[in-house]
Design a protein around this ligand. Sequence first.
Ligand SMILES: Nc1ncnc2c1ncn2[C@@H]1O[C@H](COP(=O)(O)OP(=O)(O)OP(=O)(O)O)[C@@H](O)[C@H]1O
Length: 631
Amino acid sequence: MSKQTHSFQAEVKQILHLVTHSLYSNKEIFLRELVSNASDACDKLRYEALDKPELLEDAPNLDVRVFFDAEAKTLTIRDNGIGMSAEEAAAHLGTIAKSGTREFMAKLDGEQKKDANLIGQFGVGFYSGFIVADRMTVETRRAGLPAEQGVRWSSEGTGEFELETITRPERGTDVILHLRDEEVEYLSTWKLKSIISKYSDHLSLPVLMQQEVWDAEANEGKGAQVKKDEWEPVNKAQALWARAKSEVTDAEYQEFYKQISYDQEAPLAYTHNRVEGRSEYTQLLYIPKKAPFDLWNRDKRGGVKLYVKRVFIMDDAEALMPTYLRFVKGVIDSADLPLNVSRELLQESRDVKAIREGCTKRVLSMLESLADSDSADDKAKYADFWKEFGGVLKEGIGEDFANRERLSKLYRFASTHADEGVSLADYVSRMKEGQEAIYVITADSLAAAKSSPQLEIFKKKGIEVLLLIDRVDEWLLSHLYEFDGHPLQSVAKGAVDLGKLQDEEEKKKAEEAAEAFKPVLDKLKEALKDRAKDVRVTTRLVDSPACVVVEEGDMSAHLARMLKQAGQDAPKAKPILEINAEHALVKRLDGDARFDDLAHILFDQALLAEGGQLEDPAAYVRRVTALLTCD
Ligand SMILES: Nc1ncnc2c1ncn2[C@@H]1O[C@H](COP(=O)(O)OP(=O)(O)OP(=O)(O)O)[C@@H](O)[C@H]1O
């Protein structure tokens, strides 16, 4: 192949621009990214060689080498890993394959694009070389291909790259950075060593640099450091998770997290354990501080890497974690799984099931220890976690039957008592004597929930009601129907039954009022027969004249609205109108010449107060205007 010029995919151009402009404050990460790519390439080769040992050719020892040429101002990262064919080089170093990334890029607005944290989330990888280089050359040969099928890829990181065929006897890849004049500080053994040990100590692969010794004769007798032919490792070259907990520092755990997660912030919490017993494995799991941009994509693969006896097997092994814990990052290293395990096999393996159960328990314990901690700091951490990931954790109630109870203890809500952070256990501890149910109401917003007329009697009696305002809460309610022996009961469904919380006298009064009101009630039922399933007298209202509720078992109005917004069909169930017979407006109804109009206004207002929309708003306005203008 003679030299060919290709254009970068549009998104790559964008990334290149972002990388060079936004990540400038933390330039040295380019080395972390390139060394990590080199190490990944060796991992891939090691894995493929399990089936095809001939791929190792005559160089079975895998390593990464970093060296520089001060005169030419080049810095090279060399690996003897899997390498790339011409097609692979064009595809991997010219496009962005990862699906989520492209859409994410498209969504970012101008300000966000400057946010290095956001950019860091998707790992800028290879292109970060352009932070310090004005040209990058990659010379590579795919393991198993003949020497004549080597490839040279080269680009100035603007719009285009060039590809040509070369002869390359060694398998693997050289990434050569032609450093910008102002970046020559990276042409120093000391500097490079310090960056490598900072970022790459945990890599299980050795990263080598040439030994340097002091030569007093060099530099015209003034003495200088000179490079020797021997190479020495500059990282610890031991998988971090395989080391004893006591030997790993907090800083090392944090750095490892940043490396595997592309998160620039420290994790919220982590756990590192060696599990023995039925199934033997090591787990190192992290909970991030911030939710990733694609958290809500349930098809998103998890963030846990699978190793088998230190050999890297796959990224994002979703079978290792339940979907509702897809935000957890980390590493599982199994001692039992076969090395040639595939994604499909993982789904069925009993060992994997044991690992998934073990990991789930660990993550829940980690969360519990924050949530139940006496330290204000931990509690605040849990509150932050809940803000970021609470919605996803709620999915667990339908997904993970075995851990329902533990999960429900971790949930937090708003209530009439506090705007956030109320656990079900808090609620139960504040229940009134004789209260059996946990009362809840769903709404679109905190304000709508708080001013809901259905709450009036509860407020009057000082009974706490949970305000469920998250989109997934309706769904949650269909799975979480009791806690600690107390049923969860919506105050907007069915007739209100405060049970023992209402005294006999109140009940009697209500019955009498209902009896006396019966003739008016019949007239109301007749006037509203096309709109209300039923009209009845209620004791749940104090200040409002009326409210709408749905029958027990019917879909809540809030859920019906959500479905409609999402473009789905919601069954059309007529609501029940409940009347406060004590209210002045209701008392006025009897004998009023505009009974019909008043009845409809009462109904429309009840709908509006509950957050609903009127089918015929103009009719409502007409009736109210007529009422306001009459004498
Ligand atoms: N040294 C290398 N040897 C072989 N292939 C490489 C090497 N460096 C990069 N590649 C290929 O180029 C692709 C793109 O690399 P890049 O660093 O941009 O993203 P990535 O490594 O896939 O993703 P991330 O950085 O998020 O892990 C890699 O997936 C890999 O296929």
